[in-house]
Design a protein around this ligand. Structure first.
Ligand code: SF4
Length: 335
């Protein structure tokens, strides 16, 4: 298989604006460390689920890959080409091949434009079809996304959340992309509509041989949809591997806690356990050592001082944890 997307040591830090009080007390400049050295490779046609608690940096990572947020350092290689320095026509060409479907379907559309105008604008900006073929292409896109053509003249206010999200998907498909990043694209919808939109994503992926990154806090959805999964905690990928391996045999303590916390539908199975104690620390004040150590049930002395190396291969997974380092036994002995 060929790698379509390669993310190398990607970092996104945002400076926090200082208010008057900060200036008066000469408080140090603060930085939100949203993404901290993320690396992974995605093969053409694969679907990757990016999971983690809210605020772990998954949306920022998705936006940085697509150049909707500027990265601080690292690189994104798309189909063999570095994209972080692209400008002008080269950047437009990249945007034709890599699209995002956003979380809030209404907020991601211009309220003044009809469905038809929204899609026609994309076709015009990217010069994707002759002027006299735009109407036909718009009808084709609307139908492809599971909408009836009578909705073409409606504005977002006249659409349900599910219809609006289908327009968002049609807009992404308008450019014939190779990669789609779907950022919590069903979380704002009713449960019955969520299933329809997820089925649409799966059908389109098969039909168009799309490569997808599916950002979600819902592990059940990711297990159902994705071949690969990356678990993020405080801006780092802590476990990466094939979904079946990660879900059946999680190696990182945080992944184990997340999977234990998946709601159990079988009443006889009892309630799912809570996530690890406490809240994740602020991305402005990352703990020393392993960022998960204040919440980790397996914390060792080394975890409080030394960051774990980026990844150890454990079975099919890459895991960022001292437990899996070659000298883990010695560290545990020192407890
Ligand atoms: Fe827990 Fe230590 Fe592994 Fe971090 S490195 S997850 S604190 S065992």
């Amino acid at each position: 298989m060929t790698a379509l997307l390669e993310v190398r040591d990607l970092t996104v830090h945002f400076p926090v604006e200082r208010d008057l009080a900060d200036v008066l007390v000469r408080a140090p400049h603060r930085v939100v460390r949203a993404v901290n050295g993320v690396s992974f490779t995605l093969e053409k046609g694969q679907t990757l689920g990016l999971v983690g608690e809210s605020g772990c940096g998954k949306s920022t990572l998705g936006r940085a890959i697509l150049r909707l947020t500027e990265a601080t350092s690292g690189d994104v290689i798309f189909d063999g080409q570095s994209v972080l320095d692209l400008k002008g026509d080269d950047l437009l060409a990249f945007r034709r091949r890599a699209q995002m479907v956003f979380q809030d379907p209404h907020a991601s559309m211009n309220p003044k434009l009809t469905v038809g105008q929204t899609l026609a604008e994309v076709l015009r900006v990217h010069r994707l079809c002759p002027k006299d073929e735009i109407d036909a292409r718009v009808r084709e896109l609307v139908t492809h996304a599971g909408l009836t053509p009578d909705l073409i003249d409606r504005k977002p206010a006249g659409l349900s959340g599910g219809q609006c999200q289908r327009v968002g998907i049609a807009r992404a498909l308008a450019v014939n992309p190779d990669l789609i990043i779907a950022d919590e694209s069903v979380s704002a919808l009713d449960v019955s509509i969520q299933a329809q939109i997820l089925n649409l994503f799966m059908a389109l992926r098969r039909e168009l041989d799309l490569t997808m990154v599916f950002i979600s806090h819902d592990l059940s959805v990711v297990r159902h949809m994705c071949q690969m999964v990356a678990v993020m905690y405080l801006g780092q990928i802590v476990e990466y591997g094939p979904s079946e391996d990660v879900f059946n045999n999680p190696q990182h303590p945080y992944t184990q806690a997340l999977i234990t916390a998946i709601p159990v539908m079988d009443a006889d199975a009892g309630l799912a356990q809570d996530l690890p104690k406490g809240e994740p620390p602020s991305p402005m004040q990352l703990p020393a050592g392993c960022p998960f150590h204040p919440r980790c049930p397996h914390v060792m002395p080394v975890c409080e001082s030394d960051p774990p190396p980026p990844s150890h291969q454990v079975d099919a997974q890459a895991v960022r944890c001292h437990l899996h380092a070659p000298n883990a036994a010695a560290s545990r002995a020192a407890e």
